[in-house]
Write a protein that binds this ligand. Structure first.
Ligand SMILES: [Zn+2]
Length: 145
């Protein structure tokens, strides 16, 4: 997987990005992908097709840290993605470990153009087994060693 980080990432963002890339590009990722079952694969796409896209299609993303508005102070959302942008709440980001940031980045990256891999909004078993959630969990596990 080749991803270009646009803009001026902080050292902590750069570290999380590099850790995520090392997980995506590990031989373990491919082995894990082959034996993992995913739910919520977007319409018209396949597990094999998505892996090919991740391997061959380069993305460029801008990772922006944003302040959480006061009226969302009780929300459990850490971040989200739109087009080529990943947004993460600064307060959450600062509280996370490098591995957690990396897992979060790996998840949000899949929502970005051109991958556009979605999952349902509300928590469920199906959502836990979606591509973005399972990849996020893999990255965390891989990095913890
Ligand atoms: Zn997501």
């Amino acid at each position: 997987m080749k991803v270009k980080l646009l803009g001026r990432p902080t050292q902590a963002q750069l570290e999380a990005y590099q850790l995520a890339m090392s997980a995506y590009n590990s031989p373990e990722f491919k082995e894990w992908w082959d034996k993992t079952e995913f739910t919520e694969i977007p319409k018209g796409r396949t597990k094999a097709g998505i892996l090919l896209e991740l391997e061959k299609v380069q993305a460029q993303v801008m990772w922006v840290l944003v302040n959480r508005p006061w009226y969302k102070r009780w929300s459990s959302v850490i971040g989200w993605a739109e087009g080529e942008y990943i947004y993460t709440y600064t307060q959450q980001f600062n509280r996370m470990s490098p591995i957690e940031r990396s897992s979060h980045f790996a998840h949000e990256l899949l929502h970005c153009f051109p991958y556009l891999i979605t999952h349902s909004f509300n928590p469920s078993k199906e959502r836990d087994n979606s591509v973005p959630y399972q990849v996020g969990a893999f990255v965390e596990k891989f990095l913890r060693g």
